[in-house]
Design a protein around this ligand. Structure first.
Ligand code: FAD
Ligand code: SIN
Length: 526
């Protein structure tokens, strides 16, 4: 077993983790872990862009108001204000890091091209064509690679946080980290730890997320004693490509922002029947409308059509979406794209303050793993990347002022796998994965009922028992560790959903269809 020591341990190499690493002072030694390759995560898959107020006709107040409306009354005002106000500076910083946002020329003036997405009252989404996340990820990785004080460890999966009691309070001093290729589990010791592990949408059978999004940070924080907030608010993106070989491919909301229409199989538009903002209503409303129409008509998908904008426009604005669809035999310049909703974004997460601090001393959470209060009951499109840049910086600022001394490595017990054996039936893990994701989709999806949630809870209890037994008796693998985390995520979602006796934002439950007068977060305590 190896022991690694750094001033700061950042678990996750997406927009949040890399921003935090780059914002920390250079005299600190920083470790960044990624479960797969450094670029693999939700960030590099982001298409639409980053929301920020840059246009003269727009205003900070309008962005703040739109965020509150989308969040259905549950956004935390200070988190919204901070994020929106720091948006333009975050964009400047990204440009300094080398991100080349799409621009257009008007006369002699070169301006950023701003696109529009659901819930935004103005065009305010900066983007790099339809591959914004990949451009940001590439630029940040290039910057990190030039910094000798930042060491990146790829293919390292944090298993659990290491905590110790200090002044009657839990303090985080590192993590046990599994290296899949060698099978070793090492100790990482640090003066503070940052969870930047992304979301948990893979708890559902159909998701827009790459397979690393299994809620590891939320589950680890829960086991370490942190409160977890608002997990019932899982966001379903209205338009993922419907095709057997599509493998979680998103059709960016910017397609609707640029005039794309949602159609029934007979070619009829329908969104105006559900909301006066039609295709540009917030995501919860659009996803529910699609779900309703699919169930009403008994069909497997609906359609998104932007062919009327012409081939030149489509190829210029949506080259990635166009190429992927064409690979699968769909020419979006000539025909509608088949779409279905899929689990997309985890609005809840580890409860933090505005500096990213959690309930455990020395443990921070940022990005999709955190619940800062920005998103309330429903995240507005393109606010999440912005949150990663804003909170990545504020956590870094706070860490640099409040670092505890280096913990004593001799006090940390080694990872002990002397009592376990190799599993003889890995198929049990894949069956449990499949079972969990399937009943979460069927019972805890876009439209819920108390009865279905209780059914899901019952199955979660059974699975938890089996997985704990497996974990205690067999050598760990990434699949087993992810399953162990996903079942915690399932439990947190179902418990939160059962606790909320109203329909609000992304949580829609037939037993309580109305809004309650009370505005409350769902906060679960371990
Ligand atoms: P991620 O980018 O997901 O990074 C998580 C990191 O944690 C990865 O490096 C992973 O390897 C690592 N990790 C996870 N678990 C462990 C572990 N146990 N041990 C070690 N490492 C671990 N948002 C927008 O604002 N605009 C958009 O246009 C947009 N488009 C999107 C399109 C798609 C298809 C998807 C899936 C999401 C989109 N989002 C968008 C959401 C946004 O991309 C994410 O919320 C954001 O990128 C999250 O960044 P993050 O740094 O928190 O996590
Ligand atoms: C998209 O491009 O539709 C995704 C935007 C987001 O999730 O914020």
């Amino acid at each position: 077993m190896a022991i690694h020591q750094h001033d700061v341990l950042i678990i996750g190499s997406g927009a949040a983790g890399l921003t935090c690493a780059l914002r920390l002072p250079e005299h600190l030694s920083i470790a960044v872990l990624s479960k797969g390759a450094i670029s693999y995560g939700n960030t590099s898959h982001a298409q639409g862009g980053v929301a920020a107020v840059l246009d003269q006709s727009d205003s900070l107040d309008a962005h703040i108001e739109d965020t509150h409306i989308a969040g259905a009354g549950l956004c935390r005002p200070q988190a919204v204000k901070k994020t929106v106000e720091e948006g333009p500076a975050a964009i400047d910083w990204l440009v300094q890091q080398g991100v080349k946002f799409t621009r257009f020329e008007e006369g002699d003036v070169l301006s950023y091209h701003l696109t529009q997405e659901g819930g935004h009252s103005h065009r305010r989404i900066l983007h790099v064509a339809d591959a914004t996340g990949s451009a940001i990820s590439t630029a940040l990785i290039q910057q990190v690679q030039t910094k000798s004080h930042i060491k990146v460890y790829e293919h390292r999966m944090a298993v659990d946080l290491i905590t110790t009691e200090e002044d009657k309070q839990q303090r985080c001093i590192g993590a046990y980290v599994h290296h899949g290729p060698s099978g070793n589990t090492d100790v990482f010791i640090a003066r503070c730890v940052v969870l930047a592990t992304g979301g948990a949408a893979n708890v559902y059978l159909f998701s827009s997320n790459p397979d690393v999004a299994t809620g590891d940070g939320i589950a680890m924080a829960w086991r370490a004693g942190c409160r977890i907030a608002n997990m019932e608010f899982m966001q379903f993106h209205p338009t993922c490509l419907y095709h057997p070989d599509a493998n979680n491919f998103l059709i960016t909301e910017a397609v609707r922002g640029e005039g794309g229409r949602l159609l029934l199989p007979n070619g009829e538009p329908f969104m105006h029947r559900f909301d006066e903002r039609a295709e540009l209503a917030p995501r919860d409303i659009v996803a529910r409308a699609i779900d309703f129409e699919m169930k009403r008509l008994g069909v497997d998908c609906l359609y998104l059509d932007i062919s009327h904008r012409g081939a030149d426009f489509i190829l210029h604005h949506f080259p990635t979406v166009y190429a992927r669809c064409l690979q699968l035999g769909i020419d979006m310049t000539k025909e509608p794209i088949p779409i279905v909703p899929a689990a997309h974004y985890t609005c809840g997460g580890v409860l933090t303050n505005l500096q990213g601090e959690t309930d455990v001393k020395g443990l921070y959470a940022i990005g999709e793993t955190a619940s800062t209060g920005l998103h309330g009951a429903n995240r507005m499109a393109s606010n999440s990347l912005l949150e990663c840049f804003v909170f990545g910086k504020s956590a870094a600022d706070h860490i640099s002022q409040h670092l505890a001394p280096m913990p004593d490595a001799a006090q940390v017990p080694e990872w002990d796998d002397s009592q376990v054996t190799d599993s003889d039936e890995d198929v049990v893990i894949s069956h449990n994965w499949d079972e969990l994701r399937r009943f979460m989709w069927n019972y805890v999806g876009i439209v819920r009922t108390v009865k279905r949630l209780e059914r899901a809870m019952h199955r979660i209890d059974l699975l938890k028992g089996e997985i704990t037994e497996y974990y205690s008796n067999y050598r760990i693998s990434n699949d087993l560790l992810e399953l162990r985390n996903l079942v915690v995520i399932g439990e947190l979602i179902v418990r939160s959903a059962l606790a909320r006796k109203e329909s609000r934002g992304l949580h829609y439950i037939l037993d309580y269809p109305a809004l309650s007068q009370e505005l409350t977060d769902t906060v679960l305590t371990p």
